[in-house]
Design a binder for this molecule. Structure first.
Ligand SMILES: [Zn+2]
Length: 147
């Protein structure tokens, strides 16, 4: 069976959402299908932004080494490389992120392109935070991991 986040979200009566700007959190009920779809997209964009930030820190780390594109092609290599141990200990989230296996340059290119595409499709007008009116709400990231 193919898992579909949109149909999962539609079936949930109270959907946990939050705004990263002001940390507003609420469980939304009585939502329209359009809002559900927008919240799923916003949740996806949020995850991509988190991953992009990890990749940005990773690129900064390895690009201090000459010829890094040839030398550090994989996440596992960076994770085990002695010259990065100190930096990775100071950044546990990045260290954890490197547990998944991927090639650095193609992954970065994929995430950047996916982020551009999904950000341009966001239904921003539906996602304004009702608390700070400045940020945007998205599905609580832990929502899908708890299903
Ligand atoms: Zn807010």
């Amino acid at each position: 069976m193919i898992w579909c986040p949109e149909s999962t979200v539609t079936q949930v009566e109270r959907l946990p959402v939050r705004c990263d700007r002001c940390d507003y959190r609420v469980e939304l009920s009585h939502r329209s299908d359009a809002l559900d779809a927008a919240l799923v997209s916003a949740g996806y964009v949020h995850q991509l932004r988190v991953e992009w930030a990890h990749l940005q820190r990773l690129q900064t780390l390895v690009s201090a080494v000459p010829d890094w594109r040839e030398r550090f092609v994989s996440s596992g290599f960076v994770r085990r490389a002695a010259e990065f141990q100190e930096a990775l200990q100071a950044d546990p989230a990045l260290h954890e992120f490197l547990r998944s296996s991927f090639r650095l340059v193609p992954r970065f290119q994929f995430v950047e392109s996916a982020l551009r595409e999904h950000e341009s499709e966001l239904q921003i007008s539906l996602l304004h935070c009702p608390s700070c009116m400045d940020g945007f709400i998205h599905i609580e990231p832990t929502f899908f991991t708890r299903l």
